[in-house]
Design a protein around this ligand. Structure first.
Ligand SMILES: [Cu+2]
Length: 228
């Protein structure tokens, strides 16, 4: 960018404009452009009729060494992360089954709200094959929470808690052989660009554990695109 344009731009975005610009940047930031597209899987009978079905399988890790963030974990090898990538695409007006394999331990939620399954068919999910609608707020590893906002045409909210792996089952190196496998199914509306994030305060250290990994895109947050 040449200096003159930069100077003009700098003036324009001063004051309240800075806040708006930062907000827009954060909302549109795509530091990791890799995308995992849901796999089509025939059709499924749902309360809204027989719909196209697609599946998406992801994991959550207690560090960033699983290859998601490059060799040796990239900039933050100690950050917990979803993977294999954190941007997902699913078809519109379809029924989506997501499987999340959690290898991480956890703790207590600040807010009991996110220990409940929300926005899925029947308001339930399955944990290692057993149906559930909520878990203890003191045994949460992470949550997968899709927020309907911004460019989305339809309101869209799905939030599912991932049960924590027992501390005793988390090895010092490598990943547990007893992950918590959560499966849930929900119906998409029209096309839209959404964001998802984890609502468990898994970002050690700073403000109420919502710093570090929790405020860095591409670990505990990403894009969730419903494509028409
Ligand atoms: Cu998390």
């Amino acid at each position: 960018m040449n200096k003159r344009i930069f100077a003009v731009l700098g003036t324009v975005i001063l004051g309240a404009g800075v806040i708006a610009a930062v907000g827009t940047y954060v909302a549109n930031a795509k530091p990791d452009s890799r995308l995992l597209v849901a796999t089509t899987a025939g059709t499924m009978d749902t309360p809204q009729g027989n719909l196209p079905h697609a599946t998406l399988a992801i994991s959550v890790y207690p560090d960033s060494l699983a290859g998601t963030h490059g060799k040796n974990g990239g900039a933050h090898p100690d950050y917990v992360t979803y993977g294999p990538v954190t941007n997902y695409e699913v078809p519109a007006h379809s029924v989506i089954t997501m499987t999340v394999t959690n290898y991480d331990s956890g703790g207590s939620l600040n807010n009991d709200y996110f220990s409940h399954v929300r926005g899925t068919i029947d308001g339930t999910a399955s944990l290692n094959g057993e149906t559930f609608s909520h878990i203890s707020k003191d045994a949460v590893g992470h949550t997968f929470t899709i927020h309907g906002l911004a460019t989305g045409q339809d309101e869209f909210f799905v939030s599912v808690p991932m049960k924590a792996v027992d501390d005793a089952d988390v090895p010092d190196t490598g990943y547990t052989t007893k992950p918590m496998v959560t499966t849930f199914t929900f119906i998409t509306g029209g096309p839209g660009d959404y964001v998802w994030n984890c609502e468990y305060p898994c970002g050690d250290g700073t403000i109420a554990n919502f710093g570090h990994v929790m405020s860095t895109m591409g670990y505990m947050s990403g894009h969730f695109t419903v494509k028409g």
